[in-house]
Design a protein around this ligand. Structure first.
Ligand code: BEZ
Length: 211
């Protein structure tokens, strides 16, 4: 069954390039990104894993653990990581699940048979410290993901988990945010002391509150 925002992220035990992982236990109190790849030794996936490795410090800064999945076996992953390190000029620094039986891929509905019944699509799940799914994105095999966008969404998720705000289109860290509709006008000065702009009764903006 499809996994939706707000669902408990299914738990699993899997073999990875960094040993056996009990998913929930491994996440601990961190946020998590679980993302799938169609197959080892494919060009777009090679660039994606390299891109994520280079962003490791950005994920760490946000208390996010990253876990990749491909439905090839461990020995294939180990050989492929050598290629990724060589061609992308980095070191893969996060675990890659070996899922040749499609156990995790099926649990997370990562195979979309009308696209391809042999490979996973490019699924992304962002999981909160409460183990609930906060975001799902699905890309086709032919399109590599923009991991700066994943970081941007995590910034929004982490901000809106703490404050009664939402982030507008194309928002980036440091820009004004939208005050949640549930907040009454009279509550705003106490809750958002940096000030606010009332563009419309339903559109009220304020400087990012946690800066
Ligand atoms: C790739 O990662 O390059 C890829 C994988 C499957 C289909 C097309 C591209």
């Amino acid at each position: 069954m499809a996994i939706r925002i707000g669902d408990l992220a299914p738990d699993f035990v899997a073999d990875t390039t960094e040993g056996k992982i009990h998913f929930h236990q491994w996440l601990g109190d961190s946020w998590g990104v679980l993302f799938s790849h169609p197959a080892d030794f494919t060009p777009v996936c090679t660039t994606e894993l390299g891109a994520v490795a280079k962003l490791r410090a950005e994920f760490d800064k946000r208390n996010v653990k990253v876990l990749a999945l491909s439905v090839d076996p461990l020995d294939s992953h180990d050989r492929w990581i050598g290629d990724i390190n060589e061609t992308q000029h980095t070191q893969v620094n996060f675990p890659l699940i070996a899922d040749p039986q499609f156990a995790v891929a099926n649990l997370y509905d990562m195979v979309h048979p009308n696209a391809n019944d042999k490979f996973t699509v490019r699924s992304v799940f962002v999981i909160g410290p409460d183990k609930k799914v906060k975001l799902t994105i699905t890309y086709p095999a032919s399109t590599g993901r923009n991991f700066d966008e994943i970081l941007r969404v995590i910034d929004s998720l982490q901000l809106t988990a703490k404050y009664s705000v939402a982030t507008p289109a194309n928002w980036k860290q440091g820009e004004d945010v939208v005050i949640a509709p549930a907040i009454k006008d009279e509550e705003i000065p106490a809750r958002f002391p940096k000030g606010h702009t009332r563009v419309k009764p339903y559109l009220r903006t304020t400087p990012q509150p946690n800066l």
